[in-house]
Ligand binder design. Structure first.
Ligand code: NCD
Ligand code: ZN
Length: 350
């Protein structure tokens, strides 16, 4: 049996959706995590402070209803021509808007309204650099000539590197970094940090494709090669301070997942922490888990350190499978990621 205690973790990349789905999924995050960087790809996307404040209130209400009252959602805006700089400045100063998220058009769920490249938003990003506001980037080329496994590396080279040169004062998070090329870029630039997801740490594209296509592992950026996964595991388990956990938990009902075309997104809010603990355990680095899930993000985002604690216990003897899906009020099912790890690990809030 293995037991460790860690400060309350934060989730630096989370999709909570809205309405009925929000009510169904928020507890999984709110009962375990402290801060969550909440993504703005609603329909329509969040592009102003008024909508951000209203959304945060809906999240807080939904969390309070399921015993997650200590949860601190941080709201992001969707990089778009609709963002007004005065509104952004006021929202950031008031603590109502935490960051801006850039999506390449068409790269992922609800991103069809986004832009092609980062250069289109140079004046927005310049203003953010002046304010000290972080830019969060979904780094994926949507050039149809680029192979799906190369999309992250190509976007970083074509769009992110030139932007870093244009705007040396801008702090940037590469979201859900999924390749060795992404890790290397982050390690080479002080301006950069990155989130890493539980599923990119725990799985490679063989798990997605090699023995029966797994729609539940289909996400953007696509889960990549074993070599890429090893590099992600290496930097995460080393506790490198430029990398923190962002689950990218992105719930889709089975009706959108199973069929001729699967929606992109892995739902790991409930068992992602256990899945990450299992990766650290197998790497022989469980003592570095707190750096990755609790400490590094505090440094990157400049928030106060957590005061709460969690106890994680791993026991093969007591293994029993937890529920493999949740059901929304109207009967939609959302399949959990990390059930196997959750059967081994128990998480207690202290
Ligand atoms: C996310 C979603 O469903 O909102 N999907 C995903 O595969 N990660 C969007 C995103 O973060 O790209
Ligand atoms: Zn995401």
């Amino acid at each position: 049996m293995v037991t460790i205690e860690i400060p309350t973790p934060d989730d630096w990349h989370l999709h909570l959706r809205d309405d009925e789905m929000l009510k169904a999924v928020v507890g999984a995050s709110a009962q375990t995590y402290r801060y969550a960087m909440v993504m703005p790809n609603l329909r329509p996307p969040l592009t102003n402070t008024t909508d951000a404040v209203a959304y945060r209130q809906r999240i807080l209400d939904a969390a309070a209803a399921v015993d997650g009252g200590a949860f601190k959602p941080l709201i992001t805006l969707f990089a778009s021509a609709d963002i007004d700089l005065d509104d952004l400045r006021a929202g950031f100063a008031a603590g109502d808007v935490a960051a801006v998220k850039f999506y390449p058009a068409g790269a992922t769920t609800n991103s069809d309204q986004a832009a092609g490249g980062l250069a289109e938003f140079n004046s927005l990003f310049e203003a953010m650099a002046d304010m000290g506001m972080r830019l969060l980037v979904h780094a994926e080329s949507t050039d149809p000539e680029v192979d799906v496994y190369d999309r992250e590396a190509v976007f970083l080279e074509r769009h992110v590197v030139p932007m870093l040169e244009r705007l040396p004062g801008l702090s940037v998070t590469i979201e859900h970094v999924s390749t060795a090329a992404g890790v290397d870029l982050v390690m080479g630039h002080d301006q950069l940090a990155a989130t890493i997801t539980p599923h990119h740490l725990a799985k490679d594209r063989g798990d997605l494709l090699a023995s029966g296509l797994k729609p539940d592992l289909y996400c953007k950026p696509i889960i990549n090669s074993p070599t890429d996964r090893r590099r992600l595991v290496e930097v995460a388990t080393a506790g490198d301070s430029s990398f923190c956990m962002g689950t990218d938990s992105a719930p889709h009902p089975t009706t959108a997942k199973y069929g001729p075309s699967a929606a992109a997104g892995v739902f790991n809010a409930a068992y992602g922490l256990e899945a990450v603990a299992e990766v650290f355990f197998h790497a022989g680095q469980i003592d570095n888990l707190a750096k990755f899930v609790s400490h590094n993000g505090v440094g990157i985002y400049g928030v106060e350190p957590p005061v709460g604690r969690l106890r994680l216990t791993r026991s093969e003897a007591e293994a029993s499978a937890p529920p493999d899906r949740l059901v929304t009020e109207s009967g939609d099912e959302v399949v959990h990621f990390g059930v196997d790890a959750a059967a081994l690990w128990t998480v207690e809030v202290l």
